[in-house]
Design a protein around this ligand. Structure first.
Ligand code: SF4
Length: 258
């Protein structure tokens, strides 16, 4: 068993740098922007973490599933100088690294020389928030990686994914947008039917699916107790209570087992 964070589909987060520039619709209510804003720091500045944080995976003895760059984008151009050192850390630690990006067009130029068909312990994913961003999966198709995934969160529109795009994926995360009820960091609508359509399409090809949260809009509409995120799986409709992983990982009683 590995420890878990508030993000149910990972065991921990690792941020060798912080900050990012918004690049697509999904960034509108970015939680990193909200949290950095509240902390009085300019979220658009990309800042290298202090040494202890930068090297944290080297000190973690228990093998962990790590969401890498949860407060930035791993392929952010402003981090090009620091990335080679992180690849070395990734290569020399036993952890599984989940790298999710909105900049897949930059991946090929940022891979290490010995990447080959992909490091065994790297899961490479793209964010797809609406139909217009489905092309990120087409770009992912052309990148060698051992495990490929897509995060359909925040899901802000109906997505009709093609069989060819589904076949690129080893895993899919789905979630409605969560946000504050008041103030500048809100949330957008996610219809239950948008989640259902994706689940149905992906299930047809036996892609492991992780339904993370229904989002604030559905939580309000259906009067869920988790009003902030709609993230309690027990409150999901039974046919959406799906939390699966690729690579033999299991999710039992809110815990991930490697
Ligand atoms: S790419 Fe990710 S981290 Fe960067 S602004 Fe968009 S949502 Fe935030």
């Amino acid at each position: 068993m590995i420890s878990k964070t508030g993000i149910q589909w990972t065991g921990g987060t690792y941020n060798p740098w912080y900050g990012c520039k918004k690049i697509s619709e999904g960034c509108k209510f970015c939680y990193m922007y909200r949290d950095r804003d509240e902390g009085g720091v300019d979220p658009s500045l990309v800042i290298k973490s202090k040494k202890e944080t930068f090297e944290r995976p080297l000190k973690m003895e228990t093998q962990t599933l790590i969401f890498t760059c949860s407060w930035s984008d791993f392929f952010n151009p402003e981090a090009d100088e620091w990335r080679p050192e992180v690849w070395e850390i990734i290569k020399n630690t036993p952890h599984e690294y989940q790298i999710l990006t909105k900049r897949p067009e930059r991946v090929l130029q940022c891979l290490p020389d010995d990447w080959g068909a992909g490091y065994e312990n790297v899961w490479l994913g793209v964010s797809v928030e609406n139909q217009a961003r489905l092309n990120r999966i087409d770009i992912l198709k052309s990148i060698p990686a051992k495990t490929k995934f897509a995060s359909f969160e925040p899901l802000i529109g109906e997505i009709n994914i093609s069989p060819a795009q589904i076949k690129v994926l080893d895993w899919a995360i789905i979630g409605g947008e969560s946000g504050n009820l008041e103030g500048p960091y809100g949330f957008r609508e996610c219809k239950l039917s948008w989640i259902e359509i994706l689940v149905e399409d992906l299930e047809e090809y036996n892609i492991p699916i992780f339904v993370k949260q229904l989002g604030t809009h559905i939580a309000i509409e259906y009067d869920l107790k988790d009003i902030k995120k709609g993230g309690n799986i027990k409150e999901f409709p039974p046919h959406l209570q799906i939390r699966e992983f690729p690579n033999g990982l299991r999710y039992v009683d809110n815990q991930i087992y490697l």
